[in-house]
Design a protein around this ligand. Structure first.
Ligand SMILES: [Zn+2]
Length: 294
């Protein structure tokens, strides 16, 4: 921790403790969150599956079905049955298995297609999704917002009810991982700027609690300054100690409190920062993958 480390505005505002999210929560009348039973250091409270409903038309869209789990499927069916709506499609924010693993199973179960950015994830009558694609669900419009950075195929979905389903672009607790080399910091920062331009809205992350409309822009600002702080931290470490490899650098940045389970994702984010700095010729890398300031 350094003095100028940006502070997450959610800490002061208060946030439900890890593991206290209800399995089924109605974010609004026509939008439910169902938490999958896969909590871990990487998935926080578990993966959030969202059900966007059109009650009048009896239809629902499932976003990120999550991991294979009979219990999770039953919980989502409970929402559909109790609201008298039928699934009409499955959308995926990205390919990571904690979001997509059960997509094909559920596609067969509900007789619907799977739509995603990557053609290999599309299944049945689903579609390849791209930036700014728009879909109607009753009187709601759902807009695809390409948000590469966490991984290259990442999409968010904006519902005109004032909600953004953000997948792993933003999390309900702490910050997201840039899953280098699939993830990319420059793209991630551009995607954060793009979401900021959409204005205040309730952000519904792929893991953890919702981010309120009031806090949404502040949290995006925090995410952007957090990434710039990490870059500055790396330059300052390299200013004192060179050459240094990725493992040692990751330990220095995150400190001894980093749980072993989070070392790999932390290292991926560190690599993403290093790649960003190398591309800008601020630092250089030697043949043993040790880093120096230029
Ligand atoms: Zn992910």
């Amino acid at each position: 921790m350094t003095e100028d480390e940006p502070q997450d505005p959610r800490i002061a505002a208060g946030i439900p403790p890890l593991g206290t999210l209800e399995t089924i929560t109605y974010i609004s009348d026509e939008l439910a969150r169902v938490v999958a039973p896969n909590p871990s250091p990487n998935t926080l409270d578990g993966t959030n599956t969202y059900v966007i409903m059109d009650r009048a038309g009896g239809a629902a869209l499932i976003v990120d079905p999550g991991p294979v789990s009979d219990l999770h499927l039953e919980n989502v069916k409970t929402v559909l049955d109790s609201e008298n709506v039928e699934a009409v499609g499955i959308f995926l924010t990205h390919h990571h298995l904690d979001h997509s693993e059960t997509a094909r199973l559920w596609s067969r179960e509900f007789g619907v297609g799977v739509s995603a950015f990557l053609p290999r994830l599309v299944f049945g009558i689903g579609k390849v999704l791209g930036d700014d694609d728009r879909f109607e669900l009753g009187n709601k419009q759902i807009k695809v917002v390409a948000t590469p950075g966490h991984v290259h195929d990442h999409l968010a979905f904006q519902v005109d009810s004032g909600h953004l389903l953000a997948g792993d672009h933003m999390l309900g607790r702490s910050t997201s991982v840039i899953a280098h080399p699939d993830g990319d910091l420059e793209k991630y920062l551009s995607s954060l700027a793009k979401v900021r331009k959409l204005g205040s809205q309730v952000i519904l992350p792929g893991h953890g609690p919702e981010i309120s409309e009031e806090l949404s822009e502040k949290v995006i600002e925090y995410y952007i300054s957090h990434r710039h702080h990490r870059l500055a931290q790396i330059v300052s470490i390299l200013d004192q100690e060179v050459p240094i490899n990725v493992d040692d650098l990751t330990r220095k940045i995150y400190g001894p409190e980093l749980p072993d389970a989070l070392f790999k994702p932390a290292k991926q984010s560190t690599r993403a920062s290093l790649t960003y700095l190398v591309q800008r010729e601020i630092i250089e890398v030697d043949e043993e993958e040790r880093y120096n300031l230029v």
